[in-house]
Write a protein that binds this ligand. Structure first.
Ligand SMILES: *Cc1c(COP(=O)(O)O)cnc(C)c1O
Length: 398
């Protein structure tokens, strides 16, 4: 039997007579969400001023353990504010994995900075710390306390580790390298709400996005918890928080009645209506997490005797994944096969997806500096993301 037919048959068997198409990741919205949004509408406070915004920030602070939280209109704007607050300037370079969503790379460009792409690893889908260290030692030097790319002459100001599909990356090793090289760390935890990392300084686990200088979350419609659109900026550092709050609120100086704006800034704050939805969804996070863990386990069983690949599993020595997306990873890099599988699943209404086109292959990133990217290039032709909505059930007959 052809490999794509075998995968299709396993999945169709597991989904039973559930109606198709089956989305990659659909929001689970119910009566609680309806009530909260209606409560907000009836209050008249639909825009960025309003009590739900503060409550959502407080609930996120409690959940993540991050002392300061600023909610924003999306994850991308939180990333932009994060990069500015840690001091990324026009003409700087920012190290990011090539295997990430385009928002990571776009936020670097918004700062007038240049993304510098590094490789990922098989076991986490995140930045490979060994390759990162070797690459930086080769191409960078410290001049007057600033890490400088010896080839381009540009300062390398920051690094953005990404917890891809919600899986913890090797944060502790990356933090050590960043410290040694004088880089600020912005943790892209957009996909990782409800994921926890083993951290030397925290007992027992730290929420994703709380280990770097700043972390960000996303509440886009496809993420584990949604506020329709939304993001959050997390930090321990009160001056980063103040700076991000000021820049995200049109640069407005706080005053009872005066309009004074400190500099050209952004309108990035989350509206109250979105915060209301976010609060209702956040209340259901534990249920979503349990459901996703069970879906992931069923996929593991479903493909346990599959010869050409396996379901990716998070390295439990690094932490706990929220399993935002479950991934079938093929043993060998074969783009033709990957595309055949994606075609056959999608033709049958099973919305499987590849990983994002690697950042260094996008037109706007053609001339950006990069390390060897072999593992990311291999992963690109082997990753098949499977339907992972938190309400999805799959049956495995064993
Ligand atoms: C979703 C996502 C973002 C940005 O989130 P938006 O809310 O869509 O702007 C950033 N990085 C990664 C890795 C993401 O998956």
């Amino acid at each position: 039997m052809d490999i794509e037919v075998e995968i299709l048959q396993r999945l169709i068997g597991a989904f039973g007579n559930r109606s198709r198409p089956i989305g990659l990741h659909e929001p689970d919205l119910g009566i609680d969400e309806e009530k909260k949004v209606l409560e907000c509408l009836k209050s008249g406070w639909v825009s960025t001023a309003g009590p739900f915004v503060k409550s959502f920030e407080q609930e996120l602070a409690q959940l993540t353990g991050s002392p300061h939280v600023l909610v924003t209109m999306n994850g991308t704007s939180a990333l932009h504010l994060a990069l500015i607050s840690v001091g990324v300037l026009p003409g700087d370079e920012v190290v990011i994995p090539t295997l990430t969503f385009v928002a990571t790379s776009n936020a670097v460009h918004y700062c007038g900075a240049v993304p510098h792409f590094v490789d990922s690893e098989e076991t986490t889908f995140g930045i490979d710390p060994k390759k990162l260290e070797n690459h930086l030692k080769k191409i960078a030097t410290i001049r007057n306390g600033v890490c400088v790319n010896k080839i381009t002459g540009r300062p390398i100001r920051a690094i953005v580790p990404v917890h891809v599909f919600g899986h913890p990356c090797r944060m502790n090793e990356i933090l050590l390298i960043a410290k040694e090289m004088g880089l600020k760390v912005v943790e892209d935890a957009a996909e990782a709400l409800g994921s926890y990392l083993v951290a030397p300084s925290t007992k027992p686990l730290a929420h994703a996005g709380t280990l770097g200088d700043v972390g960000i979350l996303s509440f886009n419609g496809n993420k584990i918890v949604t506020s329709a659109a939304g993001g959050a900026f997390l930090t321990k550092n009160s001056s980063y928080h103040e700076k991000a709050a000021m820049l995200g609120t049109t640069g407005k100086r706080s005053h009872p009645w005066e309009f004074f704006h400190e500099e050209v800034a952004f309108n990035y704050r989350m509206p109250n209506l979105n915060a209301a939805l976010g609060i209702a969804q956040l209340n259901r996070l534990q249920a979503f997490l349990r459901h996703k863990a069970s879906l992931q386990n069923r996929y593991v069983d479903l493909f346990s005797d599959f010869k050409f690949g396996k379901i990716f599993e998070c390295d439990s020595s690094l932490g706990v994944s929220n399993y935002w997306l479950s991934t079938l990873i093929l043993n060998s890099p074969d783009l033709l096969l990957r595309n055949k599988i994606l075609n056959s699943l999608n033709n049958e209404g099973i919305q499987a997806r590849p990983v994002w086109t690697l950042m260094h292959r996008l037109p706007m990133n053609k001339n950006c500096p990069k390390s060897d990217l072999k593992t990311a290039e291999s992963l690109d032709s082997r990753i098949i993301n499977l339907p992972s909505s938190s309400f999805l059930d799959v049956q495995v007959d064993k």
